[in-house]
Design a protein around this ligand. Structure first.
Ligand SMILES: Cc1ncc(COP(=O)(O)O)c(C=O)c1O
Length: 363
């Protein structure tokens, strides 16, 4: 008998998440030195982590024989103070991805609930629905933007979760502030909205979304230390919601889900506004330059508010593979149903120059 007969049936059809290819894998497969490879595939911080975070990790490393603080008291308190909310409104996750999983644990049950999200939204929303065996309703978008009217129309009496990503990955587009607020206020109370703001810090004129969590809305705002703070390898993110919603989410987590080094690094990074600002500037300039390069070469692209740009290149998988062979890792968009596109993260100016040169040669 196959072990699959014993396994949870929903696992049989689950297509695992396809992450950006690690530099080491490419180096091994192509016999290239890792130093000759650039990765513009996972929307990471090209400046690396905050030096203050690295220092905090070094300090905290001496105490890793002790379990972490399960309640993440210091980090949750610092986040709460920075955002102007109560600590009871904060939940820490092993990456913000883990909080997406908590939302499924907390608010869905197979055969009893549905989940709504936009087409071309972050892949993990659907992946979790498949894992939890929950009906996933995908709503067509409007020119790579969430179609709020269609999303509201898709809500059913059994819908428990609605995912919005702003800026969204992989499109890079955002929901305008006033539209977003009016939309959230118009939603029925049986739906919990997860507003995923992994790229919040890269936006100009960001929405006051944290305030909305204090105004009686069924809203969970997700943020992460993986992007602007450059701590993707540590896996640390957080959710902000009403005290009642946070209490429900807290029951879904393992006792020590946020590890000690991640807590220490995130706490230090939170106070390193200089590193954050430097990253924002580098990303903003790099994004403008990449978009103007795309215009100059008549490559269709989506105007981005995040640290990556979606670019139409023809055969996306072929371009991805050929760039890979030249030591440039971007993201193929085939798994998103966008076979003609690639997604390119903003790297350092030197990395972007190399990408542009190699792309022109490949095309
Ligand atoms: C829209 C969006 N949400 C959430 C995440 C997950 O981030 P993490 O789990 O690293 O916090 C990502 C990562 O790429 C993302 O693009």
């Amino acid at each position: 008998m196959s072990i699959w007969n014993l396994a949870n049936q929903s696992l049989q059809k689950l297509v695992p998440y396809e992450p950006g290819k690690p530099i080491d894998d490419v180096a091994r497969e192509l016999g290239l030195p890792p130093s000759g490879i650039i990765k513009l595939a996972s929307n990471e911080n090209p400046l690396g982590p905050s030096p203050k975070a690295v220092e905090a990790i070094t300090q905290a490393a001496r105490s890793v024989h002790i379990y972490p603080d399960g309640g993440s008291f210091h980090l949750a308190s610092a986040i709460a103070t920075k955002l102007g909310v109560d600590r009871s409104q904060i939940i820490l996750g092993n990456g913000s991805n883990e909080i997406i999983e908590f939302a499924y644990h907390a608010f869905t049950a197979p055969g009893q609930s549905s989940v709504v999200a936009s087409r071309y939204a972050f892949a993990v929303y659907r992946l979790m629905a498949e894992l939890f065996n929950i009906e996933f309703i995908e709503v067509p978008d409007r020119d790579f933007h969430h179609d709020l009217t269609a999303l509201r129309a898709a809500l059913r009496p059994d819908t428990r979760l609605l995912f919005l990503a702003s800026p969204n990955n992989p499109t890079g587009t955002r929901i305008p502030n006033a539209e977003l607020e009016a939309f959230l206020r118009s939603l029925p109370p049986h739906v919990v909205t997860v507003l995923d703001e992994a790229y919040y810090e890269f936006m100009d004129n960001p929405p006051p979304s944290i305030q909305w969590t204090q105004q009686g809305l069924n809203l969970i705002v997700l943020r992460t230390f993986s992007k602007i703070q450059g701590l993707a390898g540590l896996r640390i993110g957080y959710g902000v919601a009403s005290r009642e919603i946070t209490e429900v989410l807290q029951r879904c987590r393992q006792p020590f889900n946020a590890n000690a080094l991640a807590q220490a690094a995130a706490l230090a990074a939170l106070n390193d506004s200089a590193h954050e600002e430097k990253t924002r500037q580098l990303t903003g300039l790099g994004r403008e330059k990449l978009e103007s390069f795309a215009r100059q070469h008549s490559l269709d692209h989506v105007k981005s508010e995040a640290n990556f740009v979606l670019i139409k290149v023809g055969d996306g998988q072929k371009v991805f593979t050929e760039l890979l062979q030249r030591g440039v890792i971007v993201r193929s968009m085939k798994s998103y149903g966008l076979p003609e596109w690639i997604r390119v993260s903003i790297g350092t100016p030197a990395e972007m120059e190399r990408f542009e040169k190699e792309l022109l040669e490949v095309l």
